[in-house]
Design a protein around this ligand. Structure first.
Ligand SMILES: [Zn+2]
Length: 251
């Protein structure tokens, strides 16, 4: 009796311990299964997120080589684009459409519309129009080629026409318009440009190509071209009379 009892007790113990092991194995397997599920869902989500393109962009990143000299550490609104500084190869602004059909980086939409609204007082109470905002590389190329053709028709040689065009139109890949944070503004009268020169900094915009800075900017005076740099930088540049190249040299 005693022996049987002991044996029965022993068997029960083994049975219990096996049951425990089975349960542990089951818990372990369930845990691994859940982990695999989480990883799979995470991977699929990341892949979808990566392939989603921002709307309105016609930007072809493969057309660009990496930026020549570095402004990569700068915040987006201080990215320097000029003759020496190529647009970053992976630059893809998220665009928003303005009244009139032009697009800009959505981050400048609010300050730009506020500025244009305020500029009515210098524009016969009419809203100044953005006639050129974001440009794709193809669009920039087209404008550049058209300018060269125009000079050739005036009798200049191919090389001369190209040099002259460069003074007015940036070579594709070197235009601020490809950033989506620069605009060309048309007013009802010339007065709107005087208003913009005195007030644009309040909204974070700068008169990017003043006539007395051509040597540094590489572009002849363009009273219509405004570029966003943020209120802080714009105010300092306005107060000290600096162009973007000069400002960036000192920060
Ligand atoms: Zn422009």
């Amino acid at each position: 009796m005693t022996g049987k009892y002991v044996q029965n007790g022993y068997s029960r113990k083994i049975y219990r311990s096996r049951r425990k092991k089975r349960r542990m194995r089951l818990i372990g397997l369930t845990f691994i299964l859940i982990l695999v599920c989480i990883l799979t869902v995470g991977f699929v989500w990341m892949t979808v997120a990566e392939t989603e393109e921002p709307s309105h962009t016609g930007y072809e990143a493969e057309n660009y080589s990496p930026q020549v000299s570095g402004t990569q550490d700068m915040p987006w609104y201080l990215t320097l684009i000029n003759k020496e500084n190529h647009i970053p190869g992976d630059y893809k602004p998220e665009l928003v459409e303005l009244k009139g059909g032009e697009c800009v980086d959505k981050r400048i939409y609010d300050p730009l519309t506020e500025m244009l609204e305020a500029a009515k007082e210098g524009n016969l109470d009419q809203l100044p129009e953005v006639v050129s905002g974001y440009r794709t590389s193809d669009k920039q190329q087209k404008i550049y080629d058209e300018k060269i053709e125009k000079y050739k028709k005036e009798g200049y040689s191919e090389d001369e026409a190209r040099e002259l065009a460069k003074q007015w139109v940036a070579v594709p890949g070197y235009s601020e318009h490809q950033l989506g944070i620069a605009v060309d503004i048309n007013g009802a009268t010339y007065d709107v440009y005087s208003w913009l020169q005195e007030n644009s900094y309040r909204y974070g915009f700068i008169f990017r190509y003043p006539g007395d800075k051509t040597e540094m900017t590489g572009i002849a005076e363009e009273v219509w071209h405004y570029r966003y740099v943020g209120v802080e930088a714009a105010t300092e540049m306005y107060e000290k009379g600096l162009c973007l190249e000069e400002y960036l040299e000192n920060i």
